[in-house]
Structures are given as C-alpha cells and as structure tokens.
Design a protein around this ligand. Structure first.
Ligand code: AMP
Length: 292
C-alpha cells in the first residue's frame, strides 16, 4: 500500500500544507467510512482532476440526530484505507472531536458551536433530522480549513447535502464543490454504508425506494406534470408492509422550492426517505434528466 494513513488532524494539516507548498492541486473526499463503490467513484473522479487526493473518515457525532444510528454506524478504518489505496487516493485521515476542534475546551457534541447551515437546510432531511445539517456544515467548514483543497467531492445521493455544502463553500470562498452521480447496485438500490445493516428480506424491501423514483421519472417522461400525481406514483411503490415512509416529495433541484399549485419545477427532482426495519434510507432522482 502506498496510501498515507494519518490518525491525527494536525498531521493531516501538515501533509496538506506540504502538498500545497509544492504547488500540487489537492482534492478532498469527506466520508464517514464503511466505504463502498459510491465513495470510491468520488475518489476516482478526484484522482482524475487533482495531483493529490485525500479522504477523511470521521463518523461525525455532530450530524447524528439519533444516538442509536450513531452507535451502530459501521467502522473499518483498515479496510477503508485499502480500498482508498486501490482507488488511487494518496492520504486518508481521521481524528477525534477534540482533534478537529482544539479551540473548544472539552470539545463534545454539547459544547461545539454549530454553523448555521442556511435556508437550503430547511425541509425534508432538515425537518426529519433536526440539527443534522448544522452538524454537517460545522464539520465540513473545519475539514475545508484543515485541508484547504481546490475541490471537494460529494455524492448526489445526499442531494440536499450538496446544496448546503455549496452554500457553505460560497460563503467561505471555496473550495469548488464537485457533485458526483449516485452509484447504484445493479438492481437499482443506491449504495449506502447503511445497506450493510439490512437483513436479506429488508434488502429486498429497500428496493422500493429506487423503484418509486424510476416510476416517477417514467411518469414524468410520459407527460405527468401534476406534482400530486407524481407523489402518488412515489407512494404507490413505497407504501407497503415493512416500510415506514418519512417523505416522498418533488422539489426544484436548483432552487429547492416546493412546487406551488399549478406551478412546474424547472429542474424537478423526486426525493424519498423511509425506514426499512431500523435502517433509515434516502434516495433521489432527477425526473427530467436521464443521467440521475
Ligand atoms: P458518507 O460516508 O455517507 O457521509 O458519504 C460520503 C460521501 O459519499 C458523501 O458525499 C455521499 O453523498 C457520497 N456517497 C454516499 N453514497 C453514495 C452513492 N451511492 N453514490 C455516490 N456518492 C455517494
């Protein structure tokens, strides 16, 4: 393996500083680990576009609204480092809350001041996971400061997150945010670290999320423009035993507005969240654009 493995935020800061001193472009892929092909697609894109790439692995307690979800989140630093190495990543780092926030005495979820994630954090994930995007914005701002990359890579799978992070980067004056397409299993299920927590029957049931989204896209392609009807198409797939739907919505993917009665979103995007057993899953799809 040639990847540099750093378990200390200050060591990561020094490594990144050296890359920049040498005039090499640097790309950052922030993750929470338990890496799968979706994460690695971000890394490969970053490797194509930068001379050096680093990935962070940090299961950020600030962005978990549910302590049980945090407690059972999968961890495998060594396996992740091997996968990153094979994708061409140059450095991987992790750290502790105290390491990321040395400026906050006794840094903990209770004491670290949160950033305001802005208006794009309102609704959907923001509503169903209170505090989540404030936690995301807080850690991303710190990662951007430690690494100071030219570009940071995020997955469209977490669509609302890409909007929040773009806003954050605009407010901070960088980095450039690159949004990469959702990587799916051959049967359509969006790849997610949480899929590993599904039992085989739950895994089969979870397919309803992507089925719902592709059905909504087919309806759009067939000329359905009424948002209530598009939602009904989503719910027809999602509402079944063993699935607890949190939301199934169509929004404008560019300005995040909810459709007004009779109004048509310019960039319609369907977004769903549901619990399958104890696992919460999300997915989304552009309705008018066959790429994702
Ligand atoms: P996470 O480890 O879940 O915080 O994800 C780290 C990054 O990988 C985020 O930008 C996610 O949007 C992205 N990501 C996760 N799953 C996928 C996927 N299936 N396809 C593309 N990107 C993904």
């Amino acid at each position: 393996m040639t990847i540099e493995e750093l378990r200390d935020v200050e060591a990561a800061r020094r490594w990144c500083r050296e890359v920049r001193r040498r005039g090499l472009t640097l790309g950052l892929v922030p993750t929470m680990g338990a890496l799968h092909e979706g994460h690695l697609s971000l890394v490969r894109r970053a490797v194509e576009e930068n001379r050096r790439v680093c990935a962070s692995i940090f299961v950020n307690p600030l962005q978990f609204d549910d302590p049980r979800d945090f407690a059972r989140y999968p961890h495998d630093f060594e396996g992740d480092a091997r996968a990153l190495d094979s994708a061409g990543c140059h450095m991987v780092f992790t750290g502790t809350l105290a390491g990321f926030f040395p400026d906050v005495p006794g840094a903990s979820s209770a004491t670290i001041p949160r950033r305001d994630p802005g208006p794009l954090a309102l609704g959907l994930e923001g509503e169903h996971r209170p505090g989540h995007f404030a936690g995301v914005a807080t850690i991303c701002a710190r990662l951007f400061e430690v690494v100071a990359p030219e570009a940071a890579y995020f997955g469209e799978k977490d669509y609302q997150q890409t909007l929040v992070v773009r806003d954050l980067a605009a407010a901070l004056g960088g980095p450039r945010i690159v949004v990469c397409p959702t990587s799916r299993e051959p049967d359509g299920l969006a790849r997610s670290s949480r899929n590993a927590l599904l039992s085989p029957p739950e895994r089969a049931r979870a397919l309803a999320l992507s089925r719902a989204l592709f059905a909504a896209r087919r309806a759009w392609t067939a000329g359905v423009r009424d948002v209530a009807r598009l939602r009904a198409v989503l719910l027809a797939e999602l509402e079944q035993p063993g699935i607890e739907v949190e939301y199934a919505e169509v929004r404008d993917g560019r300005d995040w507005s909810a459709p007004r009665p009779g109004g048509l979103p310019a960039a319609p995007r369907a977004l769903v969240a549901a619990r399958v057993g104890r696992v919460r899953l999300i997915d989304n799809l552009a309705l008018a654009d066959a790429r994702g």
